[in-house]
Design a protein around this ligand. Structure first.
Ligand SMILES: [Ca+2]
Ligand SMILES: [Ca+2]
Ligand SMILES: [Ca+2]
Length: 309
């Protein structure tokens, strides 16, 4: 029985020792784990704080990008409006161009009939002549677009240009018909031709064109119904050449004047000589000047360009 009395205190002590040992044992195990959680917690808090700050920066950046995007969209919309406005303008110009093209085509298909009326005669008689010459607008425009020659010798090729022969020949037929009907001599026929050209109004180059010197082809002077001295001289040279006369263009240097010379028998008056040939002076401007008459000057020297040298 004594053994049971002794064993109770020992049991209590044993339990106490066991409990304390258990406590310290548990404390030793959990304490490091707790420290570990605190470290992890602090690290996570730091990460959260960094993430929050990153998030806030990203939000700021997003908001900036959104406002830039809105601005860009506004610009794009502005450009789209401009493009659509240009498209309307281009389409309107396109229809204007096609309208002008069809009007130009219509104009080029027109034939303009020029009417000339003048009086020719001598001290014994005179008569009123009336001529019509139909000139296609397309031919006139073809000549109009040609570059102008820069040297006097090139005026010869203007007088001899073949593209207008059909129309020049219609004038030739009218001249020959009048010469036969009214019995002109060769000299009168020449005077008749220059009286027709003299009847065309004298127009200054710098008034009728943007240039100070603008030589016209014969058909242009006929279509324009006028010109200045080189224009009327080129026309007279073309007509007389086509009628079979030996003619030359004359450039009177001191007078700054152009005229025509014709080599013809039985004529008296002023002439310029070229390689033994006498070219009698023809004034193509003004009124009533006949073969061999020089109007208001005595230029003793001239450049001479025969049409058929
Ligand atoms: Ca010709
Ligand atoms: Ca001129
Ligand atoms: Ca001219």
């Amino acid at each position: 029985m004594s053994s049971s009395r002794v064993s109770v205190p020992f049991l209590v002590v044993g339990l106490l020792v066991g409990a304390v040992g258990g406590y310290f044992g548990a404390f030793m195990v959990y304490q490091p784990q707790l420290d570990n959680y605190q470290v992890q917690n602090a690290a996570l808090s730091l990460s959260v704080s960094r993430l929050q700050s990153n998030l806030s920066q990203a939000e700021t950046r997003t908001s900036m990008l959104e406002s830039e995007l809105a601005e860009a969209e506004e610009q794009i919309s502005g450009y789209e409006t401009k493009v659509s406005s240009y498209e309307v303008q281009v389409s309107s110009l396109g229809s204007q161009v096609s309208d002008l093209q069809s009007r130009l085509d219509n104009m080029l298909s027109i034939t303009v009939t020029q009417h000339y009326e003048w009086v020719y005669g001598t001290w014994l008689w005179e008569e009123r002549y009336r001529w019509d010459l139909p000139i296609p607008m397309s031919l006139y425009c073809e000549y109009y677009e040609r570059p102008r020659p820069t040297s006097w010798s090139d005026w010869v090729s203007m007088a001899k240009d073949p593209s207008d022969d059909y129309y020049i020949d219609q004038m030739i037929q009218q001249i020959n018909a009048a010469a036969i009907r009214d019995g002109f001599t060769e000299k009168e026929k020449v005077n008749f031709v220059i009286s027709f050209v003299q009847s065309l109004p004298y127009t200054e180059d710098d008034v009728t064109t943007p240039w100070n010197e603008y030589p016209r082809y014969p058909i242009e002077t006929l279509f324009d119904r006028g010109g200045d001295c080189e224009d009327t001289s080129i026309l007279v040279a073309a007509l007389l050449d086509r009628l079979g006369y030996d003619v030359a263009l004359l450039i009177l240097l001191y007078e700054d004047h152009a005229a025509v010379g014709v080599s013809i028998e039985g004529v008296y008056g002023s002439y310029y000589e070229y390689e033994g040939e006498k070219y009698f002076y023809l004034e193509t401007t003004g009124d009533d000047w006949t073969i061999g008459q020089i109007p208001y000057f005595e230029d003793d020297r001239a450049y001479i360009y025969p049409l058929n040298p």
